[in-house]
Ligand binder design. Sequence first.
Ligand SMILES: Nc1ncnc2c1ncn2[C@@H]1O[C@H](COP(=O)(O)OP(=O)(O)OP(=O)(O)O)[C@@H](O)[C@H]1O
Ligand SMILES: [Mg+2]
Length: 297
Amino acid sequence: MSRRIAFLNYKGGVGKTSLIVNTAACLAQQGNRVLLCDFDTQSNASIWLLRLERWNQLVTTAGRTVFSLFQPEPPLLTDLIVRDVVEDREGRKILPGLDLLPTSFNLVDLEADFTGDPRKPAYVLFREQLAEVEKDYDFILFDCPPNVLRASQCGVFAATEIYVPSNPDALSLIGFTLLVEKLAVFHDAAAGFRRHAFGPPAQVQGILFNAVKAGTDVEVPKMRMQLRLNQFKSARRVSREAKIFASQVRDATIVRRAVTLGLPVALVSAETAGDSAGIIADYRALTRELLLHSLSA
Ligand SMILES: Nc1ncnc2c1ncn2[C@@H]1O[C@H](COP(=O)(O)OP(=O)(O)OP(=O)(O)O)[C@@H](O)[C@H]1O
Ligand SMILES: [Mg+2]
């Protein structure tokens, strides 16, 4: 059975996309079959992995991105998937096993203009389509915007685990708190649509500290986060197993450069990357910890 994982925080810019892209790459490098679904209108993960030129080609052809699933006469989700998405400049596939469900800016229309059947919200439409490809993957990952609005709901409803990327600051803590509140509201509203086969509603399983600068004292923000996590655990508002991950990802300029190069950090060549071994080790350690994280029943 595939593990279905969303990365989410109500705070923007904490590293949801960079963590999910690089985790997906590490999982694929270890031989896992991975599908990354992009539910962020900004399309950052899609543009990163496809590079602008291929992404532009894709979005100018009707019915090639995730938004088309919510329009009349939708395509099959399986036909939208870009298989082994990562290519080098010569078009050679260089990361077998990492597939992408791409998005485009028009996904924003889902928030305002979606007039589907009220008996079948967008997240149910998506969940049904996803069921057809689930068996092909070990991991299905959902990159979401910093909210739980319609596009994000598709990822949240389909996921069974949520991880919260955070920076060591007060705003990430506020974002986490808001997220737990909004998740509860959404899960309540969606409860009537949840079928047994969809799996249980996703709970927060972990906090992932990202972009930690050398010399920054993370102990105080970590302690505050731990206190909040403990409160939520006592109130059963997050998973019993929820924890702050021991692996944290350092701040490194290569992350921004990797976006420009259209590659996950681990695939940027050593000459271009300079001293990137440290951050690659961070992503690998985080991925190992994610693999080991056991879920409560
Ligand atoms: N470890 C890191 N070191 C340095 N820069 C980073 C790191 N992680 C992310 N960044 C940079 O921080 C910015 C925000 O990261 P990212 O886009 O991953 O955040 P996000 O949470 O997905 O944002 P949004 O809420 O807009 O979707 C990007 O410019 C990214 O390159
Ligand atoms: Mg993002």
